[in-house]
Write a protein that binds this ligand. Structure first.
Ligand SMILES: CC(C)(COP(=O)(O)OP(=O)(O)OC[C@H]1O[C@@H](n2cnc3c(N)ncnc32)[C@H](O)[C@@H]1OP(=O)(O)O)[C@@H](O)C(=O)NCCC(=O)NCCS
Length: 155
């Protein structure tokens, strides 16, 4: 394998959604079966989006969301199985962290099995602050008009 031709890219326009779908299906258990349309929405709403290429082949991917100053979250970190264990995963996460959007107070990520990998980069286990809401809740959209607050009983 010729590693000199492996390149990291910040250009989201380069992402081939079909290759990304395939990479997730092969190596990302949480992201199998995502549709091309949904992946397009994911890319459009993430910054940075980092991809790793061996020539024309997409072999790695990671993305993040950031408020640009306080908090950012990294998502969907994956290296193609044939390229794992060569240092590309660490370089991928470091490339995400070096992006201007990621110069924030705290960077979060969720991982089921890869704690030891992220610890090598400096992440710490944080079991005290994280909560999650599953499924799509039925929150009604607030209009721009008056909002009726729940009346307090007594007091
Ligand atoms: C996790 C993943 C991105 C790591 O990428 P990678 O290219 O294989 O990792 P690297 O080669 O950069 O590993 C760097 C170091 O981390 C170690 N490492 C990698 N994965 C590890 C793991 N699961 N547990 C412990 N150490 C790990 C390597 O041994 C290496 O250590 P060294 O520098 O002391 O030799 C890759 O294995 C992957 O895509 N896995 C499937 C998808 C996934 O689980 N993604 C993470 C979701 S949160």
């Amino acid at each position: 394998m010729n590693y000199r031709q492996i390149q990291f890219s910040e250009d989201r326009a380069e992402i081939d959604l079909y290759q990304l779908q395939n990479l997730f299906n092969i190596a990302a258990f949480w992201a199998k079966g995502r549709s091309i349309e949904d992946l397009g929405i994911v890319i459009a709403n993430s910054d940075p989006v980092i991809s790793v290429w061996n020539g024309e082949q997409l072999i790695g991917f990671a993305r993040a969301n950031s408020d640009g100053i306080y908090r950012a979250t990294i998502w969907d970190v994956v290296i193609h199985p044939e390229y794992q264990g060569k240092g590309l995963g660490i370089k991928l996460v470091e490339t995400v962290l070096a992006h201007p959007q990621m110069q924030v107070e705290r960077v979060y990520l969720m991982t089921t099995h890869q704690q030891a990998f992220y610890e090598k980069i400096g992440f710490k286990t944080n079991s005290t602050t994280t909560m999650v809401l599953y499924n799509q809740p039925n929150f009604s959209v607030l209009g721009t008009g008056e909002v009726q607050l729940q009346e307090s009983l007594g007091g």
